[in-house]
Design a protein around this ligand. Sequence first.
Ligand SMILES: [Zn+2]
Length: 304
Amino acid sequence: MIQNPTPPPLTGASLDRAAHLRDDPDALARMAADPNARTVVFSHDQTLFRLTETGLALEWKPLGEVSGDEPPVFLGLAGDEPRFVTRIGDAEEPEGCKYIDLRSALFSGDFKGDEAAIVSGAKAISGWHANHQRCARCGGATKPAQGGWKRQCDTCKAQHFPRTDPVVIMLVVNKDRVAVAHNVHFPDTLYSLIAGFVEPGETIEEAVRRETLEELGLRCGRVDYLCSQPWPFPAGLMFGCIAEALDDEFTLEEAELSEAYWLDRDALAAVFRGENEKISPPRTGAIAASLLKDWLDGKVGYGT
Ligand SMILES: [Zn+2]
């Protein structure tokens, strides 16, 4: 087993979450009033970016200049400067700035690194608030608490916490080949790894085995976890895995996949070089691209 995965995009955010301050109303008020407090802004699930010569940068607005639908969520500390996320309604775009869908920004390759990791968490928590205005137990109105890391129901007193949905995504390998598949919802020639939600009562490894059998018709021998990536569309946590296929003939789940191929390293390298007319690789920013490149480079694999 070779296991030296490259940290995927959207990981390693530099912010100190300072979770101990979420339960301290005085500290939260002090930080909200701090002239160095800054906030990332979402309007209708789109992120406010500044257009720069080298690509896209998050537009960190002074917190006092932004009035949100609800109190801002405390993201953490950059050094000793507080950082927040604020969700607003209709909004004008400041000079040189634009509201852009985060997924498009990531796929463009113009936005990555630490800010991408920070805003990925900001998007997930902001979206959770937008979609959890009502109590799942009694239907009553909920309001944010703990700096935005909890919602409280006024009616039945239930507490609701931000959810994260586990998803497995796997390098399915057979000897010196890896399986790539075209999902019926993918554009044109895009091929990627298969993936699926972990179901209640399952382990990560069991979910990998079940999804590989359901989608590709392949039984798995060995299954190993490699690395993970938050994927805030809307609240995924992708568990990157590798699985050894015991079969080599695909039986595709036709509602999900229209085609699949085994690629050896030479063929996969050609795909990444753009030399295969039928197959284009997963997009920049996605863990699938990261895992496939690591397998290609020999950083992960079963050593065959
Ligand atoms: Zn309730």
